[in-house]
Structures are given as structure tokens and as C-alpha cells.
Design a protein around this ligand. Structure first.
Ligand code: SAH
Ligand code: SF4
Length: 346
């Protein structure tokens, strides 16, 4: 069944044919401006709310709800119709409130260090299922206003391309979020990056690089064999040329693998050639990948090495480690379809 968040105002108006026009305005305002659940839009009569709820049951069923960082981070596991599970994380910072959404149930990209990649793919999400994650988190954040949405949960957003584009467009039009507040993270699906550049969407693009030589990247990110660094560079350059917006690279620091002095040189060259910002994240441990994250000292030295080479680099603090809620580390072993785990040894 479709989610109410999939409907435009005009579509809702035709569903509510016979009701006065101001009812549509009240419903729309309640749903999108106030972010209320259908039951709580008290400006519309209870009977109509009940009809709407019956017509549009919630798409997400909470099966787990955990907190960490003294309540600043909260993670939900949701079950979808059909049984697969996804995860959504809410992070409260001093100056912003961010939700990290899943774009797919599982992921087919198979990145070796990623819990989602290790568990495999179990299905695409619909526009409504992604938007419901945002609106659910927005209600949980109240009275704070949800300010940022990042596509860094389970799945590869550009492998669910139309849904990602539609969700971004709606969050912009219906919630007023702009490019600084909407971030799509991609493993590097080069043709999709080029296509996305032409959509005219207000969004920030983050590319999960993790290695700037093909040998290491082939191992960490299997998609690199299809779209190697040279091809990815062409796509990134196109993004810059068309959108005029700065890119960022994600780099999960892995002990002895991509935290070496040589890696600093390679990354600095790649990032500088595209004027990209680099976000460093110490790798979160996952069951299927035996190499550890770099220690704090090495993380700092790596950042300093990049800064010395003129790269704009920051270390991202990992949130929700204790509840396996750091973005991109959303273990869902329950999502069946396990494949053989590509395990590296140090
Ligand atoms: N599929 C997209 C978005 C989801 S993953 C992508 O890969 O970009 C979001 C981020 O978390 C990516 O940068 C990903 O590389 C990173 N990530 C995955 N597993 C991680 C781990 N174990 N530790 C730290 N970061 C991880
Ligand atoms: Fe998929 Fe991103 Fe994990 Fe790679 S890092 S397996 S693309 S979710």
C-alpha cells in the first residue's frame, strides 16, 4: 500500500473530492509543515483522520529503538511489508539535527568493510518508505526542528536512482530543505553521478572514496572494478562543472590499509585535482572484516598530512558506535540473503 507521503497536494485533493478545499490545506500543512502523524492533525475531523489512516497505514513498523551518546543519538530498526528491515538514525548536534536514512534494504555493492555490504541486498525502498523515515525522525526530534537529511544509511542511493531524486525533490519543495541540508552519499556509480548533475537538484554529493589507487580500491569497493578511479574522476569533474558545487570524499581509515603516508600522497593528489573536501572517519568494526580502524593518533597524523598538502580535511566523530548506529554501519544480519563474506586479514 502506498504511503501518504508519496502524494502531491493535487493528488490528495482529488482523493478528498467532496471535502472543502481548506481540508486539503489543513492536511498538507499538518503533514509537511508541522510534520504530524495523520492521527495528530487535529484541525481535520477525527472521522476523516480515521479514514485516511485506514487508507494509508504506516509503512514502517518499529522493531527496535535504541539510544546512545546520552540520548543525542537514536536508532530505529523498522520492518517493512515483506519482512526486510532497515535502519534510521537521528543525531542531535549543537547546531543541527540530522537524520541518516536508508535508501535500500541492504545493499548489493558488497564493500568489504561495510556491515550492510556484508549482509547483501534485500530490496528497493519506495519514495514513501524513505520519506517516512524522515518524517518519523522529525517527530522524534521535536521540539527541535530536523535540519539535515543524509543518505548514508543502508543502501546505495544511486542504485535506487529515481526514488532518491524524487525524495530529494520533495524534501526541498515540501520541507524547504536546501542543498546544504541534503547530502547524498554514493559509492561512486559514475554514470549516475553524471546524470544526477543534470537534475538541477539542491543537494550536496559525498563520494565514498576510501582509496586513491585502484589496487586498494578494487579490494575495498568492488564497484571500482567497473568504474575505476579514472572514470570516477571524469564523473566528479562533470558534477563540478554542471552544478558548481563542491564535492566531498568520505574516507574510512583502516589500519595499515589506507592510512599510510603513501595514501596521504595519493588522496591529496586526487582531492586537490577536484578541489574536494575530505571527511575522515575511523573505520567502525564489523563482524565480516578483520582489519581494525586506525587509532586516534594515526587519524590525526593522516589529517595533518592532508592539511599540509592543502587539502581541506576534517575528522568526523563517529556517533552511535555502541548501538551500531554509525551511518553506513547498520548491521542487519536479520536481512537473510547472506553471501560468503569477503574477509581480509591484516
Ligand atoms: N552506499 C552509500 C551510502 C551509505 S554508506 C555509500 O557507500 O556512500 C555511508 C558511508 O558509511 C559511506 O561513506 C561508507 O563507505 C561508510 N561506511 C560503511 N561501512 C563503514 C564502516 N564499517 N566504518 C566507517 N564507515 C563506513
Ligand atoms: Fe553499499 Fe555503501 Fe555499504 Fe558499499 S559502503 S556496501 S555502497 S552501503
Amino acid at each position: 500500500m502506498a504511503s501518504i507521503y508519496e502524494y502531491s497536494k493535487e493528488e490528495l485533493a482529488s482523493l478528498l473530492e467532496g471535502e472543502p478545499r481548506y481540508r486539503v490545506d489543513q492536511l498538507w500543512h499538518g503533514l509537511w509543515s508541522e510534520g504530524l502523524d495523520i492521527e495528530d492533525i487535529t484541525t481535520i475531523p477525527a472521522s476523516l483522520r480515521a479514514t485516511l489512516r485506514a487508507h494509508f497505514p504506516a509503512a514502517l513498523e518499529v522493531v527496535n529503538d535504541v539510544e546512545s551518546d546520552q540520548g543525542a543519538t537514536r536508532k530505529w530498526v523498522f520492518r517493512l511489508e515483506g519482512g526486510s528491515t532497515i535502519e534510521t538514525v537521528l543525531m542531535r548536534y549543537e547546531n543541527r539535527v540530522t537524520v541518516c536514512v536508508s535508501s535500500q534494504a541492504g545493499c548489493a555493492m558488497g564493500c568489504t568493510f561495510c556491515a550492510t555490504g556484508q549482509a547483501g541486498f534485500s530490496g528497493q525502498l519506495s519514495v514513501g518508505q524513505v520519506l517516512e523515515q524522515v518524517m518519523f525522525a522529525s517527530r522524534a526530534a521535536a521540539p527541535l526542528r530536523l535540519s539535515n537529511v543524509v543518505f548514508m544509511g543502508m543502501g546505495e542511493p544511486l542504485a535506487n536512482y529515481h526514488v532518491t531524486v524524487d525524495v530529494v525533490r520533495r524534501l526541498h519543495e515540501y520541507r524547504g530543505l536546501s542543498a546544504r541540508h541534503l547530502t547524498v552519499s554514493t559509492v561512486g556509480v559514475a554514470p549516475a553521478i553524471e546524470r544526477l548533475a543534470h537534475e538541477g537538484l539542491p543537494l550536496t554529493l559525498a563520494v565514498s572514496l576510501h582509496a586513491a589507487n585502484n589496487t586498494t580500491r578494487d579490494e575495498l569497493v568492488p564497484l571500482n572494478r567497473r568504474y575505476p578511479l579514472e572514470r570516477l574522476h571524469v564523473a566528479c569533474q562533470r558534477w563540478l562543472d554542471v552544478t558548481g558545487r563542491r564535492l566531498s570524499f568520505e574516507w574510512a581509515l583502516i589500519d595499515g590499509v589506507n592510512d599510510t603516508d603513501q595514501a596521504i600522497v595519493e588522496l591529496a593528489e586526487y582531492a586537490n585535482s577536484l578541489g574536494a573536501h575530505v571527511n575522515l572517519i575511523p573505520l567502525n568494526p564489523t563482524p565480516g572484516f578483520l582489519v581494525r580502524g586506525s587509532n586516534a593518533q594515526r587519524v590525526a597524523a593522516f589529517r595533518d598530512g592532508l592539511l599540509a598538502r592543502g587539502v581541506n580535511a576534517t575528522v568526523r566523530n563517529t556517533r552511535g558506535r555502541s548501538i551500531a548506529a554509525a551511518c553506513g554501519q547498520l548491521a542487519t544480519v536479520t536481512n537473510a540473503k547472506r553471501r560468503s563474506l569477503p574477509v581480509r586479514s591484516a
